[in-house]
Design a protein around this ligand. Structure first.
Ligand code: GDD
Ligand code: MN
Length: 394
């Protein structure tokens, strides 16, 4: 009896079932049109550009169902507040605010992952990228002439605008270096302006280095197989408001990205950076030691102790600036970091001497014994300071 009842009502329900919708999870009161294109805007201190950027994109993308996601690294100038203010008046605008983090690439990746759109664009906030080519880029993807479209300064019709000779030649040099990590024919792999199909992200996102600011290069180098890439020319404009965030340290980050793509499978590139800084630290140690011992005439123990402290401070300072640029400690946390770094390295030094002496006493050749001690000490220092000095703030 019960069985009959349920089969009857099921049949009745099936009769009345509405035709399947395009998106099965789409509620009846959803706003018209699915999101087609998300534009990801990484920001750090760009408060003066937010409104102008949104208004220009509104004008350009008429007829496109777009959204814009600002990914702000807790800018002191309160860019995130301004983006949210604009978002209150326009639902197509959103803001992700990251705390205690820095990094253009990782910001772009997180923005893209937060978007549901089938087409994703990355663009700077400062209006140096010409937003009027966005419709053309989208068209190339939708007509499947490409799966990745790069806004390029180096194809016919494009240009680098007002760059000085130094910056222009550095950019060309970096472009040539980037050939080390991928074989595709792209005139401007350093571009921070591009659009892609979601599948391109899906295919590369787990292999991305997300180091530094060359997200496009990272994505091309991390994709398995050849991508179908198109380039659309544009002329790099002058900044609308604010200042550039790219300083000399980005060269180091660029080197880290290339190194990660080349040898990252075998050894963490942060460790290489940490070890390189440690190598420079030995030079600092020797310089301080010889200065105090020979020029000032202090006793050996005092000189050696001072050199050790000096080298530790140097290592901490440089690692904080280069190796851990994306989690850089500042102010009070800098001092706490220094203390934990020195504690960790003191234990590392004991381990170094202990291992080396043990090996030496057991008939290992002196240089090999010493180098083994150094390696064990370095790995220890790296592992411990990664967690305690540059780990996530509580
Ligand atoms: N979230 C976040 N975090 N955003 C950042 C960070 C960061 O640490 N650093 C920079 N940005 C944002 C800026 O606010 C800006 O919107 C964008 O990234 C580009 O930064 P700029 O400081 O304007 O860089 P640029 O103009 O010198 O360099 C541009 O051109 C290069 C090509 O030569 C960028 O597009 C580079 O990606 C590009 O390689
Ligand atoms: Mn810029």
């Amino acid at each position: 009896m019960t069985n009959d009842m349920s089969s009857v009502s099921l049949a009745a329900l099936a009769d009345r079932a509405p035709a399947p919708e395009r998106s099965p999870v789409r509620p009846a009161d959803a706003a018209a049109g699915d999101i087609e294109l998300s534009i990801i805007i990484p920001t750090f201190n760009e408060i003066g550009n937010v409104e102008e950027l949104v208004s220009r994109v509104r004008k350009t993308l008429v007829g496109v169902s777009w959204e814009m996601i600002f990914v702000d690294d807790d800018s002191p100038d309160k860019t995130a507040d301004r983006a949210r203010q604009v978002a209150r008046g326009d639902r197509r605008v959103r803001c992700i605010q990251r705390l205690g983090r820095r990094g253009l690439s990782s910001a772009c990746v997180e923005g893209m992952l937060a978007s549901p759109a089938p087409y994703l664009a990355v663009m700077d906030a400062d209006l140096q990228h010409d937003e009027t080519i966005l419709p053309r880029m989208l068209e190339l993807l939708k007509s499947d002439q490409a799966e990745l479209v790069v806004g390029s300064r180096y194809v016919g019709g494009g240009g680098i605008g007002d760059w000085n000779a130094m910056r222009a030649s550095m950019s060309r040099f970096a472009t040539r270096l980037s050939r080390l990590v991928f074989k595709q024919d792209v005139s401007d792999p350093m571009s921070g302006f591009f659009m892609l199909k979601r599948e391109v992200l899906d295919n590369s996102v787990r292999s991305l280095s997300s180091l530094g600011f060359k997200i496009l290069l990272d994505m091309i180098a991390s994709s398995s197989g050849k991508l179908r890439i198109a380039e659309v020319p544009y002329t790099f404009r002058n900044r609308f408001a604010g200042e550039s965030k790219l300083d000399n340290a980005v060269l180091w980050e660029f080197g880290m990205l290339l190194a990660d793509k080349l040898v990252g499978k075998y050894v963490p590139v942060r460790f290489l950076s940490f070890a390189a800084v440690g190598g420079a630290g030995v030079g600092v140690h020797v310089a301080i030691l010889s200065l105090l011992l020979n020029a000032v005439g202090l006793p050996f123990t005092t000189s050696q102790a001072s050199a050790t402290i000096g080298a530790m401070v140097f290592n901490f300072w440089v690692n904080n600036f280069l190796t851990y640029r994306d989690r850089q400690l500042k102010g009070w946390r800098w001092l706490k970091g220094l203390v934990s770094f020195m504690l960790a390295c003191s234990v590392g030094a004991l381990a170094n001497v202990g291992i080396a002496s043990y090996l030496f006493e057991n008939k290992t050749q002196w240089l090999l014994a010493a180098l083994s001690g150094v390696l064990v000490g370095a790995v220890w220092n790296y592992a411990i300071t990664q967690i305690y000095t540059w780990g996530k703030p509580k």
